[in-house]
Design a protein around this ligand. Structure first.
Ligand SMILES: N[C@@H](CCC(=O)N[C@@H](CS)C(=O)NCC(=O)O)C(=O)O
Length: 254
């Protein structure tokens, strides 16, 4: 590393999906921070999935259970909200007061809960099974998700925005953009990909979330990132997957 140049952050995340790693990438991209997406490098340069497995299997003591993992010098961090709670303040993408930091963390943890539920719509029975092996259960899960959980979580985040008088409903916490807003952008983008019909029925009740997502997408660094090859397209391997049969807003739970 050249003297005077900041040490790049090293993100370790599955190379073919956005997944939870995307929440870290968006913060690094918005900040213009130097980083290496390690597993997307060729194995001959120390990358690939092998790079992740080396960290998962090679560490004793407190060790990551799963990616995303962030490495910076001797520091190794895992659990997405934990990584964000450390990284975002360093990059001026978190509230500066303690109350604001804790509120941001609480929202990030709630979003993490929601992400797990979104994943479980297409994998309600077993992570190790293919979707095709759990389609009937996925259909039941999708009905409950669309009728109950999706509106409940999105309504909660919409209220978090509209109740934030410090920014007149523009941002989730405090008076300026934070990592939580980037997370909410990613959430809306993912839901638009996975559940476009269901989301369309809810959109009239979610004006703040819609405006926030558009505002984040238009930020110069985010717009450049989204248009770049660094942004992995949504696909059928990540958390957000589009199975038309699971996107039926009119279905009754049953
Ligand atoms: N709570 C963890 C969840 C981590 C997680 O589930 N990572 C996924 C990819 S997004 C994974 O690789 N899981 C492997 C496993 O659960 O065995 C976080 O927020 O970072």
């Amino acid at each position: 590393m050249n003297a005077g140049q900041p040490r790049p952050y090293e993100l370790l995340y599955w190379p073919s999906i956005q997944g939870r790693g995307e929440l870290i990438r968006l913060v690094l991209e918005e900040a213009g921070a130097p980083y290496v997406d390690v597993a997307r490098l060729p194995e001959s340069e120390g990358g690939g999935v092998a790079a992740i497995l080396r960290v998962l299997k090679g560490r004793t003591g407190a060790a990551p259970f799963a990616p995303p993992i962030l490495r910076h010098g001797d520091l190794l961090l895992w659990q997405t909200p934990n990584i964000l709670a450390w990284l975002a303040p360093r990059l001026s993408l978190a509230p500066t007061d303690e109350g604001g930091r804790l509120t941001a963390n609480a929202l990030a943890l709630t979003l993490a809960d929601f992400l797990s539920e979104i994943h479980d719509v297409h994998h309600p029975i077993g992570v190790g099974l293919y979707y095709e092996e759990q389609k009937a259960e996925a259909l039941r899960k999708a009905r409950c998700f669309a009728a109950e959980r999706l509106p409940k979580f999105l309504g909660y985040f919409e209220r978090s925005l509209s109740d934030n008088s410090a920014s007149n409903g523009k941002y989730a916490v405090g008076a300026s953009l934070s990592y939580v807003d980037l997370e909410l952008f990613q959430l809306m983008a993912g839901l638009e990909y996975a559940f476009p019909r269901t989301l369309a029925t809810l959109r009239p009740t979610l004006p703040r979330l819609g405006e926030l997502a558009a505002r984040v997408a238009a930020r110069p660094r985010i717009a450049a990132y989204l248009a770049s090859p660094r942004r992995i397209p949504f696909n059928q391997k990540g958390i957000f997957r589009h199975y038309p049969e699971l996107d039926q807003p009119g279905d009754r739970p049953g």
